[in-house]
Design a binder for this molecule. Sequence first.
Ligand code: SAH
Ligand code: SF4
Ligand code: F3S
Length: 478
Amino acid sequence: MADQSTSQPRKKLYIETVGCQMNVLDSELVVARLREQGYELTTEIDQADTILYNTCSVRQHAEDKIYSALGRIKHIKRRRPEVSIGVLGCMAQKDQEQILKRAPHVDVVVGPGQLARVPQLLARAREVGSPQLAVSLDRDAGSRATITASFEGYDADREPAMRPSPFQAFVRVMMGCDKFCTYCIVPSVRGPEQSRPPAAILGEARLLVDQGVKEITLLGQTVNSYKYREPDGRITRLSDLLSRIAALPGIERIKFITSFPNDMTDDLLQAVRDLPLASRYIHVPAQSGCDAVLRRMKRMYTVSFYEDMLARMRETVPGVAVSSDFIVGFCGETEESFERTVRLVERARFKNSFIFKYSPRRGTKADELFPDDVAEEVKKRRNNDLLAVQTAISLQDNREFIGREVTVLVEGRSRSTTRREGWDGVDQLTGRTSCDRIVVFEGQQRLVGRSIQVRVEDASAVTLFGEVPTTDRIEAAV
Ligand code: SAH
Ligand code: SF4
Ligand code: F3S
């Protein structure tokens, strides 16, 4: 029989994450800390002793989802008051005490700059029986140094179970953002822009590769603005980081997201061209194809600057895949300005575009200065129309791959397909090409985590469908 006095039952933790890759990484770090305190993960919310939401504030919809999830779990707290509920991340920083007003059953509210304290805050909330709030300073609450210091760096602990897959991991190279695009809440909730010291980044990457990680994605809100100056004046740029990480034995692929158009320097493009392990894929959002809109967004570039940058990217890195984000229905966007965006998408031939309807955020310049004057139906229509244009281009470009062999880093079982009868040990697998295109094909589980050749047989706008040449399939299996 287990000795109850020495082995306490482990506390069960349920965590849900929304928002960008920064949040996925933050959740991994929070879970790692809590595991050290004896927690174990559960996917069953009803069995959890601690329920955490790692939240996003970038659009109203993301916040609404969390408030309704909090509403849905009220009954759990009523039935089992000992359950702890936490709201972490960007919404915690933005709404602070208001979360406790709207959802009084919440026990901890923890901003993205305070996540290292989650275990203590949960313990303290239990001890004193009242909610605990830990957020960083507002962006206008003092000197830059004081505000920066209130957003702690937090990347020491890693938890393999929370990664996209056992061999894919994120590494943060920058925190915060100083661009202050007028529509965007991120600079307020993530704090001042800071580049992490290269030694810390390299150390973390080495540790991950030692643990079997093959693909590292470097993260920053404007990742290509990365610059670190050592006390002796030496400067490390993103291109330097890429070459140093590429030299780690065992690594197979390196990516970086998200880039800012103005900082697309030649040294970075040359690194992507010259390093065989660098993914030939760059996400560099344009946001709009109209200069007047870009000016109101304070993006600090024009459409022609953006297109020159695209030309330079394609000239330097042949075959590079570029993706973008667009906001439709931003304040003052006329039918004509929207048409300009459509024409940019037609000319630019992005691999894909993420398209969002403008969502006013309290605390941003746009919300203060400009009325949200595009009707919801118009935003919806423009969203659909732009998506249709992009989808047609993605399909056309993907079909160019039919008949070609591509190198695929195999990520795992394809979620959309089920096991086929009669294929002993063969699954529908999914992976990505170096230019970030998704490839689905049949193959042995043991191919997962390896780079293999796949012949493309068919294509949709989002997926290439391939086949592993028969000989390789047999060889790869032995
Ligand atoms: N740092 C990244 C993206 C951050 S947010 C960058 O600068 O590109 C991700 C995307 O959400 C943005 O690129 C933008 O397209 C969108 N977005 C940001 N704020 C928004 C808002 N208020 N309404 C709608 N979409 C928004
Ligand atoms: Fe937001 Fe602009 Fe910073 Fe991206 S660069 S996070 S869109 S303020
Ligand atoms: Fe959302 Fe925060 Fe990322 S607002 S997009 S989770 S930085």
